[in-house]
Design a protein around this ligand. Structure first.
Ligand code: BG6
Length: 285
């Protein structure tokens, strides 16, 4: 069966051998394999059963905020870091396509917690093709007033050694916020990014909306995004990584987070309006 659902997750399998697994907890994609190689990192110390607030790895979804909560309004100020969606139990709504060249499923988020009194519909479409994984977040304002949110796909991309990768495509003149330097807003000079120390950078309006992670053995992964305009690049290295209780020993050497999102400000949807944020991950044929 190309789409298998058990009580915890959904597994997609293509005839090409590509597979993906999506946990209902947080609609977190926890595995994406192409030619037998795992392309996402999940910490071996991560709980996958909902006993912790999130899964440490894969592709958690940040919504309706990214990062720490804003000071106001009160229902946003009361939210946990990155919002609650990554720790909600989603459900499989529909198998959109189930063919040899691609499988596509749609998941549906439960309503928000009672304290967050906004009405919206949140769906997630995951599409697996032989060398590509697309993850699309659909938000519709189903309420009678404007609805504001931030959204981001927190992708932990597996690499052999984060200290040997090059991140390309951040643009020349792109404004970015350096969370390791008191949230200072700086201007990127067009160079490639390398991980020599902790990096926690939010790039605003990335031109071209295409970032490439290159490994020293020629391997690569391309991250394209639409609707999402910004992207975080995050790797804590030992400095902050060792303080994360669910991070495996030296886990920071085995991934780079490139996180497309709409996060430099709040996106405001009028009643009935829809937002589509798309991420497309591709590995070479
Ligand atoms: C990144 C943030 O996206 O997520 C970092 O930019 C943060 O500041 C990291 O530390 C992990 O967040 P969390 O809530 O999953 O520990």
């Amino acid at each position: 069966m190309p789409v298998e659902e058990n009580d915890k997750s959904i597994v997609l399998r293509l005839a090409s051998g590509a597979t993906a697994e999506i946990y209902l907890f947080g609609a977190t994609v926890t595995s994406w394999k192409v030619e037998g190689k795992e392309r996402l990192f999940v910490s071996s110390k991560s709980a996958l059963d909902g006993s912790k607030a999130e899964i440490r790895g894969g592709i958690p979804i940040c919504f309706p905020i990214f990062g720490p909560p804003p000071p106001s309004p009160p229902e946003y100020a009361a939210l946990q870091q990155h919002g609650y969606v990554r720790s909600q139990n989603w459900s499989l709504e529909h198998i959109i396509m189930d063919r040899e060249e691609g499988i596509s499923i749609r998941l549906s988020a439960p309503p928000p917690p009672a304290e967050f009194n906004h009405e919206y519909s949140l769906k997630y479409v995951v599409t697996l093709s032989p060398h590509q994984l697309s993850t699309d977040l659909h938000v519709v304002n189903t309420g009678k007033e404007d609805f504001k949110f931030q959204a981001l796909l927190h992708s932990y991309l597996a690499v052999k050694d984060s200290k040997k990768i090059v991140v390309k495509g951040l643009g020349n003149g792109t404004e970015w916020q350096d969370k390791t330097d008191g949230l200072k807003v700086k201007v990127w000079d067009g160079s490639d990014l390398r991980i020599t120390k902790e990096v926690d950078a939010v790039f605003r309006k990335v031109p071209g909306q295409e970032i490439v992670v290159l490994e020293d053995d020629g391997g690569s992964i391309t991250i394209r995004f639409r609707g999402f305009e910004d992207s975080t690049v995050w790797n804590p290295q030992e400095k902050s990584g060792k303080n994360m209780i669910d991070m495996e020993e030296n886990g920071w050497d085995r991934y780079i987070c490139v996180e497309p999102g709409y996060v430099r400000e709040f996106k405001i949807l009028a009643p009935g309006e829809e937002f589509l944020g798309q991420q497309i991950l591709t590995v070479p044929h």
